[in-house]
Design a protein around this ligand. Structure first.
Ligand code: SAH
Length: 390
């Protein structure tokens, strides 16, 4: 893999205050090699680690961009991110990892609000209107959704703001207002209202369509997600007769992208909203051989395995905390032959793999790391386990 030599490293003037990146001012090759060493340390005694699959152009990759709003001493609205460990806003006006158009939209709204004497919400005084701006982009189509998080549902000058925004940025296909007047560090409340266009934008991942709404969990780095999923399918060695279980499935991306390669997809996910979205995504793609269930993955698998239901291959993609012994014990009990484990935290993955290696499984591949978040400490990994023949 070669890298765009124009982007040897990123340098950022906000790096000391902003919590967004960890690795600035080092060459990208060096960053990837540090990530590889990190994973190798965790995987000692488990398996060998491949080179980290990086991005050709490791900048402007975030398809979801968030800015907090506040006012400075001169009363001007500022946009940016909270300084590490505080609620003081660092007025970031350029970012090397966020999509540039999303950033331009945020700056446009900030300037527009200043021109129209709007107010930003003050958390201490509990006064003011605008709290956050969230911008989401479907990289495959360029469609954009803007979410304005407000403390007060009465939005003066709404029509003019919508007109100005859409005129300047025709890619905006959806504008949503979210009302959040709670003392909380959560950006979004449950109360959203679409004030322009559609409720969701639609992105394509490996030629399948996925709905993205204000609070949809969706892969942040579109191109790297496609590469990671492709590797997972290659390792899974999917066959037309297979029943594929997609555990911790979110909105169903992994299972749905593979639905035409297998007989059936069974997805399980704890968050009922994500399960609802997974079902809508199946429908949107005309996929009829996928079913999704809202449950704890361990509970679900215990039921599934107890009833001796067919499971040829399982792809799991748990949260940072990794999986549970309950879930892993079910795998052992089921006698599953092929297990592909995708992880956003290789340290918990290494723990879970060691558990399975003691219980009749072996590593059947290298560990393949993917750089989903260049210039941060994060790295994702995927690997295959198979059952040892008795
Ligand atoms: N595979 C998806 C999402 C992975 S993120 C994708 O690639 O987009 C991990 C997911 O696990 C989240 O959607 C989270 O809600 C879900 N999750 C967390 N704990 C869980 C549990 N105990 N059982 C099932 N799903 C869980």
């Amino acid at each position: 893999m070669s890298y765009n030599q124009d982007i040897k490293s990123i340098s950022c003037r906000f790096k000391n205050e902003c919590g967004g990146c960890d690795m600035t001012d080092i060459a990208y090759e060096e960053e990837l090699s540090l990530k590889k060493k990190y994973v190798e340390g965790l995987f000692k005694g488990i398996c060998k680690v491949d080179s980290v699959h990086g991005m050709y152009r490791p900048i402007y990759y975030r398809n979801k961009v968030h800015a907090c709003l506040g006012q400075n001493e001169a009363g001007q609205i500022i946009s940016g991110i909270y300084a590490k460990g505080s609620h003081r806003i660092v007025p970031v006006d350029s970012c090397m990892i966020e999509d540039q158009e999303c950033d331009r939209i945020i700056f446009f709204i900030r300037d527009y609000l200043n021109k129209h004497k709007a107010t930003a919400y003050d958390e201490d005084k509990k006064k003011g209107q605008y709290r956050h701006i969230l911008v989401r982009k479907a990289f495959s189509t360029g469609d954009i959704q803007v979410i304005l998080v407000l403390a007060d549902p009465v939005l003066k000058g709404k029509k003019a703001l919508i007109e100005a925004l859409v005129k300047e940025f025709p890619a905006i296909k959806s504008i949503v207002v979210n009302i959040n007047n709670q003392a909380t560090s959560m950006v979004l409340s449950d109360t959203s209202k679409t004030i322009y266009g559609s409720d969701v934008i639609v992105d394509a991942l490996l030629k399948k369509k996925f709905r993205i709404g204000p609070d949809t969990f969706y892969q942040i780095n579109h191109d790297q997600a496609e590469k990671l999923y492709k590797k997972a399918y290659e390792l899974a060695d999917l066959k037309k007769t297979d029943v594929l279980v997609d555990a911790y499935c979110g909105v169903g991306t992994i299972g749905l992208c593979a639905a035409n390669l297998v007989d059936r997809v069974i997805g399980v996910e704890l968050n009922p909203n994500s399960v609802r979205e997974a079902k809508l995504n199946a429908k949107l793609n005309g996929i009829k051989n996928a079913s999704f269930y809202a449950a704890d993955a361990g509970d679900f698998l215990l039921d599934y395995v107890s009833q001796s239901k067919k499971m040829d291959v399982l792809i799991m993609d748990p949260p940072r905390s990794g999986s549970t012994e309950k879930f892993l014990d079910c795998i052992v009990k089921s006698g599953l032959k092929r297990l592909v484990y995708i992880s956003c935290d290789p340290s918990t993955q290494a723990r879970d793999l060691k558990y399975l290696l003691k219980r009749g499984y072996k590593m059947a591949s290298l560990c393949y790391p993917y750089d989903m978040f260049p210039h941060t400490n994060a790295v994702e990994t995927v690997c295959l386990l198979t059952k040892v023949h008795e």
